[in-house]
Design a protein around this ligand. Structure first.
Ligand code: SAH
Ligand code: MG
Length: 197
């Protein structure tokens, strides 16, 4: 398990796959430990790293449903997950996270832990689509909400980041509108932990 995770970290580094960074990992692990979720929904599988990390810390009945847009990443995740017994508790979906959220919602699925880590410009949309599936007492974790610091301090920001940064600011607004409250953990690229009151 440790060896597999180390191999995945090395793979991500070599192939420039943006998995949770060192700080992000530590906070994410802490959120999972505290929440002790049973049904996790993850947007942005990448190579399966955060899914495995979560399952290694959650209860033995915990499952993860995870969505990835890129076929190559989906396949790489499948291969890595097949090498851990925890992988059996992961259901992978290939497709656009926004579209898949509609499908899952129509199927009447609910989750007690939702991890948003797919297209940064889509976070407000993900929030609107995911919250109806969030159970009482459930939490939403979002990665990269500070986007290199520009979300709180958009000084000297390259024009090409304008839309993403605006959307992330909008996300944080939504996530701080009752009944939701959000705490931002500024280490790493910024993680937001949202609870429903
Ligand atoms: N959660 C992973 C990292 C995810 S990186 C971990 O920490 O281990 C973000 C992933 O989201 C990338 O693999 C990217 O291909 C995927 N992605 C980007 N846009 C997407 C979309 N519209 N729908 C689903 N996945 C998307
Ligand atoms: Mg991320």
């Amino acid at each position: 398990m440790e060896a597999l995770r180390a191999e995945m970290e090395a793979y991500a580094k070599a192939h420039h796959v943006p998995i949770l960074n060192e700080h992000g990992r530590r906070f994410y692990a802490e959120f999972v430990r505290q929440a002790q979720p049973h049904r996790i929904l993850e947007l942005g599988t990448a190579i399966g790293y955060s899914a495995l990390l979560a399952l290694s810390l959650a209860s033995a009945d915990c499952t993860v449903e995870t969505i990835e847009l890129l076929p190559e990443r989906y396949e790489t995740a499948k291969a890595f997950l097949a090498r851990s017994p925890l992988g059996r508790r992961v259901t992978q979906h290939l497709g656009d996270a926004g579209d898949m959220l509609d499908v899952l919602r129509e199927q009447g699925r609910t989750y007690d832990f939702i991890f948003i880590d797919a297209a940064k410009g889509q976070y407000p949309d993900y929030f609107e689509k995911a919250t109806p599936m969030l159970e009482q007492g459930g939490v939403i974790v979002a990665d990269n909400v500070l986007f290199r610091g520009y979300v709180l301090h958009p000084v000297m920001m390259p024009r090409r980041f304008e839309t993403i940064v605006e959307r992330l600011q909008r996300y944080l607004e939504l996530a701080n509108t009752p009944p939701y409250t959000t705490k931002i953990y500024p280490r790493g690229d910024g993680l937001a932990l949202t609870r429903r009151k």
